[in-house]
Design a binder for this molecule. Structure first.
Ligand SMILES: Cc1cc2nc3c(=O)[nH]c(=O)nc-3n(C[C@H](O)[C@H](O)[C@H](O)COP(=O)(O)OP(=O)(O)OC[C@H]3O[C@@H](n4cnc5c(N)ncnc54)[C@H](O)[C@@H]3O)c2cc1C
Length: 448
């Protein structure tokens, strides 16, 4: 019987645990969590309104989460309807003129103005060394297309506008392929069809890609998953792990007070700097490399919540780190905007990670109010605004990220004979991208 320790009860940890039990029901799996389950995904209630402190929704591109939840509580996972398309114009994302594109049930049909976007695309391809891919997709195809179709790649460089990331650094393989001459559309098609074939082979097929919300808040996913895991004799042990030792192919985990183990396999899902500290005694070179990851200095995102139907965020923006008034990228928009106008009653949440000292709460609230008015002609002021100062930081997806990740994987490969059974996954290894996180959790579980 395999004994597996998972460090971290976020999405990576719980999904890995769930699939390990699927592939290997006899495995004995323990999840260690220093704080609370869910990690960066966290729902909080303020004045009767549920606000998401982390992502406001899940953009799912693979069936990993949907499949697991379908075995537990499938009716709670809600697919959000995304009705509007926005394009980049005059620095602001504006509602696309009608007829710009039509996107319904996955069918994207080019209309006459759609054709001009293809020309725009051709023009922009030559700029790809400096252009963000997501920006490119949004400004040529519109937001809906970028989110739903291009998001297989685009999501990962979602933060790009805020961080000047270029396409090459986040998707080097795709970039190389495009450089060889394969067009964007063909490359996207090839990528999507390879993924589809893969999940079909895994028999995880009935899945609709898109934006999902979970009834009662995203945190509820973790309540439901952990309950299910408990019924399979897999528990969360609330302890902060400080050290890992390895002797005769077995791992022992140490918290300040206790010792846990032995384990045959350890899957660590915590952030790279914390992993670095954890692995200091186990492997010096790997520990040093992990500490080299740079995090986003700051960016912020804000969303408006319709007061009456607060489960779905209405609109939001990523703002650049230093310029205080220019929008650098929209988040996503759905039909709820109409309701906000109608009811004239909404609340907002703003999340700022990174350099928390750069903006005061009032400054952040003022910025979003200016943006609401400029972009949506929304003159109503929010009833109240909640600012979350989030310690969790996403990796800085600049040119160095891919190089850093490859060298971590290289060291792991080199030491895999001496230290068998150590797996490093999670937010920092997946570019803070939920779809990649899910896929990696699945693959990791399969290898156990
Ligand atoms: C504001 C915000 C918005 C986001 N928006 C999006 C989005 O739109 N799309 C997207 O794809 N992603 C988004 N993300 C990122 C996404 O939420 C994360 O990538 C994902 O939740 C990470 O899951 P994880 O399990 O890998 O890591 P985490 O959620 O960070 O979980 C790690 C867990 O490990 C625990 N831990 C740490 N150290 C120890 C230790 N020593 N011992 C035991 N436990 C430990 C932590 O307490 C935590 O619970 C967003 C994140 C934030 C903060």
């Amino acid at each position: 019987m395999k004994k597996v320790a998972i460090i971290g009860a976020g999405l990576s940890g719980l999904m890995s645990a769930w699939y390990i039990k699927q592939f290997n029901p006899d495995a004995q799996v323990t999840i260690f969590e220093a704080d609370k389950k869910g990690g960066q995904i966290s729902t909080e209630e303020h004045q009767g309104v549920l606000l998401e402190k982390g992502p406001a929704f899940l953009l799912l591109e693979n069936p990993v989460l949907q499949h697991a939840l379908s075995k537990i509580n499938s009716e709670n996972l809600l697919l959000c309807k995304d009705e509007k398309a926005y394009v980049l114009k005059d620095t602001y994302y504006q509602k696309a003129p009608s007829g710009f594109m039509e996107y319904e049930n996955g069918i994207f049909s080019f209309l006459s103005s759609g054709m001009s976007s293809i020309f725009a695309m051709k023009k922009k391809v030559s700029l790809w060394d400096t252009l963000s891919f997501f920006d490119f997709l949004k400004s040529t195809y519109g937001m809906t297309y970028a989110e739903n179709q291009g998001s297989s790649f685009a999501r990962n460089i979602f933060y790009t506008e805020a961080e000047n990331l270029n396409f090459r650094s986040a998707y080097s393989e795709l970039y190389d392929e495009l450089k060889k001459g394969l067009g964007l559309k063909e490359t996207l098609q090839k990528f999507n069809s390879e993924k589809k074939t893969y999940w079909q082979k895994e028999s995880l097929t009935s899945f609709t890609p898109g934006i999902y919300y979970y009834k009662g808040g995203l945190s509820k996913i973790f309540d439901d998953l952990s309950e299910d895991l408990k019924s399979k004799d897999c528990h969360i042990e609330f302890a902060k792990i400080h050290d890992i030792s390895h002797h005769k192919n077995e791992f022992t985990l140490h918290s300040r007070k206790s010792k846990f183990g032995p384990f045959d396999k350890v899957i660590s899902t915590i952030n790279a700097h914390e992993q670095s500290a954890l692995l200091k005694g186990l492997h010096k070179e790997l520990s040093i490399k992990l500490a080299e990851l740079k995090y986003r200095p700051v960016s912020y995102v804000y969303s408006a919540y319709n007061f009456k139907d607060f489960n779905r965020a209405g609109l939001g923006f990523f703002a650049p780190r230093k310029e205080k008034l220019t929008i650098s990228g929209t988040f996503y928009i759905n039909s709820i905007n109409k309701e906000i106008e109608k009811l004239n009653q909404f609340v907002t949440r703003t999340i700022i990670p990174g350099d928390l000292s750069l903006f005061s709460d009032q400054e952040l609230i003022d910025i979003q109010n200016v943006d609401f008015e400029k972009v949506y002609s929304l003159t109503a002021k929010p009833l109240w605004s909640k600012v979350f100062r989030n310690e969790s930081q996403g990796p800085l997806l600049d040119n160095h990220y891919t190089t850093w990740k490859n060298s971590v994987r290289q060291i792991e490969k080199e030491i895999s004979n001496d230290i068998q059974g150590l797996g490093i996954i999670g937010n920092d290894m997946s570019g803070s991208n939920i779809s990649r996180i899910l896929e990696e959790a699945y693959q990791t579980a399969k290898n156990v």
